[in-house]
Design a protein around this ligand. Sequence first.
Ligand code: ADP
Ligand code: MG
Length: 206
Amino acid sequence: MGVDSFVDWLRDAAGVLHENAAYLTELDSAIGDADHGANMDRGFQAIVAVLDESSFDSADELLKKAGMTLVSKVGGASGPLYGTFFLRFGTALAGADLSAEAIGRALHAGVEGVLARGKAELGDKTMYDAWAPALEAYDAAVAGGSEVGPALTAAAEAAAKGRDATVPLVARKGRASYLGERSAGHQDPGATSTTLILESAARTLT
Ligand code: ADP
Ligand code: MG
């Protein structure tokens, strides 16, 4: 695995987020302001434009650029949160081998960035409710001897369960928290996009 695998990931994720833009926006229309699909699509299309224009010698440069692109092109909560994820993920990969362990450490660094920025806790009905079980499943798979691909598959499956588990929760962070109890009964848009991004990683980072 090298920089090309990460290019494949970003392109694949952009395609999936584009295909799911209407769905993500529909989820956000129930408990937010109906822009999550448009935000993710705009951000990842901007990443694709960068990929079409430039080439990258290393995964860390590529991922940092992707993060900066999301921060600069996407308003709202999700741009800075995903931007910080990719910035920290990339920074943690600088000089690292791309082993399953190194990628695990980088995933943790990325998610710590999401937490530093958004201050979410488990059960707040945010993207962190997908990231947290994903990290746990990834670590367990690697501890059991899995390579990157299968560990990411386990992470994506755990993220999907975390996403589904956001449905009954009352939101305590972000716009959905303005609704209080009325946010219960709806799936969190950000936990949904996180799951799509991890499913894409499992397909491409092998
Ligand atoms: P906005 O809420 O500004 O319109 P988006 O609609 O693009 O931004 O993204 C909404 C998603 O962002 C939510 O579904 C949630 O998963 C995530 N989110 C919002 N606030 C936080 C936070 N403080 N920490 C983690 N994730 C958050
Ligand atoms: Mg929104």
